[in-house]
Every structure is written in C-alpha cells, then in structure tokens.
Design a protein around this ligand. Structure first.
Ligand SMILES: *[C@@H]1O[C@H](CO)[C@@H](O)[C@H](O)[C@H]1NC(C)=O
Ligand SMILES: *[C@@H]1O[C@H](CO)[C@@H](O)[C@H](O)[C@H]1NC(C)=O
Ligand SMILES: *[C@@H]1O[C@H](CO)[C@@H](O)[C@H](O)[C@H]1NC(C)=O
Ligand SMILES: *[C@@H]1O[C@H](CO)[C@@H](O)[C@H](O)[C@H]1NC(C)=O
Length: 478
C-alpha cells in the first residue's frame, strides 16, 4: 500500500514538471490584492508552468501550507516592519526561525532555501529608517539558522535595490558612499556564511525615471548605441547594472560572491511605457539569454538565479513609486496570462498555463446612474471609490485613459464594487451608481469582475476552523 502511494506520487510529480522553465527561474508571489488567488491554485500554477522557485514577502501560513510537499524551492521573507524586532534581540530571531522556518523544514514540508531579511531596506524613500537595523537583523537571523543546524542549507540574504551602488561605467562600480561601510560589512557577513547577494534590477525604472534614457537600452535586442567600458560593449542596461554590482563586490574583496536577481520584470499598465508589447519584448529577450546561459560580460557563460516580478497584478500595492506598481503581473489579477511568453526561453509564441479552478463573482458591474438628478457630489464619490479601489488604469498613459466623465465615474464605481466583493451597498454612491448586467468594457478598457478569493473567504466565520485543520494536518506531517 505504502509502495503504491509512492508510485502514484512519483507519477504525479513527473506530470507536474512536464513543462520546464529555464533553469534557475523563479518568480515573486506577492499578495497585496483585495482578492488574492487561492494559494493552492498558485502552487498548481507554478507547477503547470515549470517554475521551480518562488519568492515570498512573508511566511503566510496558507501559502506555506500550499507549498508543503510541492518541491518548489522557496525564499521566505521578513518584512521591513519586523527588522527592528529581529535586530534588537537574538532570542526574537531564534523564535522567528523556529516558528517560520524549522516548523516547515521536514521531509514533505517546504523546501526553504533562503530567508530574505527585509525588502529593499535602503531605498532612499525610507529616509534611512532601516540603516542601523538591517545588518544586526541579518546577523541574528543567519546565526539563528546556524544554531538550529540548518544554516548550511538555508541562507539569509537582503534583497537590495540597485541604487545601493553606482558608477559611470560598470567596471567602476562602487557602493554608494553614504552606505559604503555598511554595505562592506553586509558583504563580509554574507561571504562568511556562503550566502548570496540579492539585488533587484529594473530596466523599466531606468526608463521611467529618465525621459532621455535610450529606450532600446532597456531591452536585449539591440538598437541603441552601446556603452563602451574599456573595450567591453554594453548593449543593455541589465548587464550594465549587474556588472556594476560585480565591480562593487570586487572592490570590497568579494568579486566572486554569488548574486541572485531577486526581482526583474516589466509592468503592463499605469505608465506610457508600461505596456503589454514592451513587457513581451523585455521578457522574450531576458528569457532567451537566461536559457542560453549567456551571463554578463563580467560573468560570462553562467546561469543567473532570477526571480521574475511578479506573478499577478496586485490592486492594493502602494502607488507611491508610480501607478504601474499594481500592474507587474505576468498574469492578470485572476491568473490569466496577459501576453505570449516562453519560460523555456526558446522564443516560442506560447502562453503561460493559466490558474485553474478560479471562480468569479457574478457578471454584475457597477456604473454611473445616468438618471441621477444631482451630480454635484460626483467628484467626491469618484475620489472615495479611487481611495479604496484601484483606479490606476484611468491615469495618463494607461489603458482606460481618455474616457469622458461618465466613463471615469463608471470605472471608479465598478472598481470599488468589485473590490468590495459586489456587496449591494457598495454600488450606491449617494444614488449616483447602479448595478448592471451589461458589460461596460470597451476595446481599450476592461471593466473587471473580481474573483472569489481565499482572502474574502477568510473573513467568513468558518475560516478559523479551516486554519486549525490545516495546522493539525501540518503538525501531523511533522
Ligand atoms: C521621508 O521624508 C519625507 C520628507 O521629509 C517624508 O515626506 C516621508 O514621509 C518620509 N518617509 C518615511 C518612510 O519616513
Ligand atoms: C543610526 O545610527 C547613527 C549613529 O549611531 C545615528 O546617528 C542615527 O540617528 C541612527 N539612525 C536611525 C534612523 O536610527
Ligand atoms: C478621468 O480621470 C483621469 C484620471 O483621474 C483624469 O486624468 C481625466 O481628466 C478624467 N477625465 C474626465 C473627462 O474627467
Ligand atoms: C481585457 O481583457 C481581455 C481578457 O478578458 C484581454 O484579452 C484584453 O487584452 C484586455 N484588454 C486590455 C486593454 O487590457
């Protein structure tokens, strides 16, 4: 009997991994959405698309439970808000490792490879809030992993934004002067523990932040004047950026340190360059090079461990960096692919396998009530809707830009109504809105219907029991 089970599992595993993505390819699984995809559907999606690695932004229990037994390699994370706790007391780090790593680290559990300590903690926007606590947090977490006897397999690392280093040409790369000492200490600690350096590289942001940036340099198919770095010709900003880091590491005595690209990707809405065709072009070039193990001029002929950003659109992400923030998914909010993408890097015109078993709310939209007499409060109501729901597609350069006032209002009201899981009272807006079963979608602008989601279900009273059952199951496994 036991034998039979093993055989069945083996067959099932073989089927799961039928389509193989590029070696080393991972993806970021963010969940800042009003209706996140059910974790089990996400794990199935990873398997169906041959994605063998995933990076989380926390250690969400439902996600970890769904990943248990899947064989998918996982980078779990400690959010920035918890860095102070980790830094202040070694006991806290030990507890965290016990509850969030050890607990899942068993045969048939979660294959945890890395712990991300913070996320881009040295972003200038944080005003140095995490400057003094990131290294102590990293040290405490890695030491706790070491003390738990799992530090040889599970490494702590800090996903950093690419502006921790700078230069005019890649070979002159150095860590930013204000944090050079700190970065040197971090690199030394990582090296001592054989842990990798993790960096997020965004050619899209190079373009977004500088209107004179040569657009073709953001992609991998030529067309821009190469940057000549002492005879080495750089034809794309990704390579230039990566090699700037290699030079910065070399300058502090660790030129061979393994580098993981923690995030790389291209958004599809919310800016004039956040477009499906450009995203498709970016990924096609990136994945082809990855599959061919081209490496970069400073590290030629090697594969780069890389996590795409990201899996799905997240309608609750902060738009402080820009409206495009909610549109990074290679899949839509509902797990449907947006464009052709060959994860095997062979340049085939294939679509990703969509999420399975996703259920939608009824085909009801919320639109402006054209019979409303008093429209003096229309602006206020649109603002309210857009404060609590995602209206970024309405902005300049976005997919729904250019509609008239009524179109704008309908878009905003529907976004709110869907975010509120189509609650009846969420489609009123002082009599300015009405529900409809006629799809208001136009050629340019999608009026979406939300999905039924596990998060929405979690608000239901039964949820506590479900979680306890899942926990019991996991403990039994252990
Ligand atoms: C950083 O400083 C700016 C300007 O003083 C302020 O607007 C912003 O809220 C601060 N951000 C954080 C995360 O403290
Ligand atoms: C970090 O430490 C330095 C030196 O002790 C101190 O001047 C600075 O205010 C600290 N920064 C924060 C954000 O706590
Ligand atoms: C529609 O909304 C967008 C985004 O807020 C705005 O730029 C545009 O001016 C609005 N159009 C009308 C006709 O109100
Ligand atoms: C709208 O959604 C459909 C899938 O339902 C998709 O094919 C289409 O590209 C989307 N259009 C825009 C402008 O996003």
């Amino acid at each position: 009997m036991a034998r039979l089970v093993v055989v069945i599992v083996a067959v099932a595993m073989a089927a799961w991994w039928a389509v193989a993505a590029v070696e080393g390819l991972g993806i970021n699984w963010g969940t800042q959405a009003t209706h996140p995809l059910p974790p089990k559907a996400v794990v199935q999606l990873l398997k169906d698309n041959g994605i063998a690695k995933v990076k989380l932004f926390d250690t969400d229990f439902a996600a970890m439970s769904a990943l248990a037994g899947s064989g998918v390699e996982v980078m779990v994370a400690i959010p920035n808000k918890d860095l102070a706790t980790m830094a202040s007391d070694y006991g806290n780090a030990k507890d965290w490792v016990k509850k969030n790593v050890k607990r899942f680290d068993f045969d048939g559990g979660v294959t945890i490879k890395y712990v991300a300590v913070g996320n881009e903690p040295f972003l200038k926007a944080y005003n140095g809030s995490f400057i003094n606590i990131t290294l102590p947090a990293l040290q405490n977490v890695q030491n706790a992993l070491n003390d738990a006897g799992i530090g040889d397999r599970i490494k702590a690392t800090v996903p950093l934004n690419a502006d921790v280093y700078e230069s005019t040409v890649p070979s002159a790369g150095r860590f930013r002067p204000e944090i050079a000492g700190l970065m040197t200490d971090i690199v030394k600690f990582l090296a001592k523990n054989n842990a990798p350096f993790t960096v997020n590289i965004y050619p899209f942001l190079s373009l977004y932040l500088d209107e004179h940036f040569p657009i073709n340099f953001a992609f991998f198919d030529g067309g821009s004047t190469p940057v000549n770095d002492g005879g080495i010709m750089y034809t794309n900003v990704f390579d230039a950026n990566f090699d700037t880091l290699v030079a910065a590491l070399k300058a502090v005595g660790h030129g061979d340190m393994p580098i993981i690209v923690g995030e790389v990707g291209w958004p599809t809405d919310g800016d004039k360059n956040a477009r499906v065709d450009l995203a498709q072009r970016f990924y096609a070039g990136l994945l082809k090079r990855l599959a061919a193990n081209v490496g970069t001029p400073a590290r030629p002929n090697q594969y780069i461990e890389m996590y795409l950003f990201g899996l799905v659109d997240e309608d609750m992400k902060s738009v402080a960096p820009g409206s495009f923030e909610r549109h990074w998914g290679v899949l839509r909010y509902d797990g449907q692919p947006k464009f052709a993408m060959d994860l095997a890097g062979q340049g085939r015109n294939t679509m990703l396998v969509p999420a399975k078993g996703i259920e939608y709310l009824p085909k009801t939209w919320c639109v402006i009530n054209t019979n409303a007499k008093d429209v003096s409060k229309l602006g206020d109501n649109i603002n309210f809707a857009c404060t609590y729901a995602d209206c970024t597609p309405l902005g300049f350069g976005s997919s729904c830009n250019g509609m008239d006032t009524n179109g704008n209002a309908s878009y905003a009201f529907n976004a709110y109504f869907q975010a509120q899981s189509q609650k009846e009272e969420a489609c009123n807006f002082q009599g300015l809105a009405v529900p409809t079963e006629t799809d208001p979608t136009t050629a340019q602008c999608n009026f979406t219907i939300q999905i039924k989601s596990s998060a929405a279900a979690a608000a239901a009273p039964v949820a506590a029991g479900v979680v306890v059952a899942a926990l019991a199951q996991l403990l039994l496994l252990w």
